[in-house]
Design a protein around this ligand. Structure first.
Ligand code: GLU
Length: 315
């Protein structure tokens, strides 16, 4: 196998729906097409439902997808995240933030700052101000968050499907006020630890890629490639969700779907027969091997990906 690895990193907050599953299948197929390893990560620092991590992996095992190593479990790596923050801190890139969500909403935004960016309220406080604010928070039973001292500079990354993604990197939270290490930090630290060379995930996270690339750079970690794939939508054009009906693997199985049906639907979601190919491209997929053989990433963006849940015949 060539160097490099891909990954899938679902949050174990519940059952995966067909849209999440499609993203994981694409991540796996993309890694295999490039002769790479495929790794699994359990992002369990927040919103955990007991048993969900195991059942998510069992769904993928049913689909013929088994990662090449034991999953990386974030809750077992708290010292690694703390060490990353300590390194940024040594470089003078970390400061405490005492703001509540409301404080941030109500603060006037800094000139030229992108909308929604942290206004910089706690960026340049004196030591005395910090001591006071820390004490006020402590009296309310709260702790400060830690933020990155960024320069609000624009960062551009290249995406295999979207082209370039440019976004300003503001003073992102590194550790939340409740002590939980922030997603943007843990993703960067873990992708590097696992040797991930291309991140494949849903395009709802595309705008986070520049900030993650910048954090990786500041931590002296290698650059990655990116591929953000379209999310699956419901019939009204919004993001597919559990309330849309039979959307999880278990529910679809209960409606009579087979593994081949899951792959067949993924094939359809990518436009089915390829009109640009003389042979129509690959036949309807039935297995993960078919996806690896037939997936053409260039076609990913060309069709809207709507899922219409099968009706319950018994209802
Ligand atoms: N855990 C995130 C999610 O389930 C994905 C993180 C990532 O792929 O970077 O949405």
């Amino acid at each position: 196998m060539r160097a490099g690895a891909g990954r899938y990193a679902p949050s174990p907050s519940g059952d995966l729906h067909i849209g999440n599953i499609r993203t994981g299948v694409l991540a796996y197929a993309r890694a295999r097409q490039q002769g790479q390893r495929f790794l699994w990560r359990v992002e369990d620092l927040d919103r955990v439902r007991p048993g969900a991590a195991e059942s998510q992996r069992a769904v993928f095992a049913d689909l013929g997808i088994v990662p090449d190593d034991d999953p990386l479990v974030q809750s077992a790596r708290l010292d690694v995240y703390a060490e990353a923050i300590a390194r940024l801190d040594e470089a003078g890139l970390v400061y405490e933030c005492y703001c509540s969500r409301k404080d941030i909403q109500q603060a006037p935004s800094a000139p030229h700052a992108p909308p929604g960016a942290y206004p910089g309220t706690c960026r340049d406080l004196s030591e005395q101000e910090r001591t006071e604010r820390r004490a006020t928070l402590a009296a309310a039973g709260r702790r400060p968050a830690l933020r990155l001292r960024s320069e609000n500079r624009e960062v551009t990354v290249a995406d295999a499907l979207l082209g370039t993604i440019t976004a300003p990197v503001d003073d992102v939270v590194l550790r939340r006020g409740d002590g939980v290490f922030a997603y943007n930090l843990t993703v960067v630290v873990d992708d590097a630890a696992s040797g991930i060379t291309e991140v494949v995930r849903g395009d709802d996270l595309a705008s986070s890629a520049p900030r993650q690339a910048r954090l990786a750079e500041l931590l002296d970690l290698p650059e990655q490639a990116w591929l953000h794939v379209p999310l699956v939508l419901n019939e009204s054009g919004s993001r597919l969700a559990k309330r849309d009906g039979a959307v999880t693997y278990e529910q679809l199985r209960a409606r009579g779907w087979t593994v081949a049906d899951v792959y067949g639907w993924i094939w359809e979601s990518l436009g089915g027969p390829d009109p640009t190919s003389a042979t129509g491209g690959s036949a309807r997929w039935r297995s993960i091997e078919d996806v690896i053989a037939g997936l053409d990433v260039a076609r990913l963006g060309s069709v809207p990906t709507v899922f219409v849940p099968p009706a319950d015949d018994a209802a």
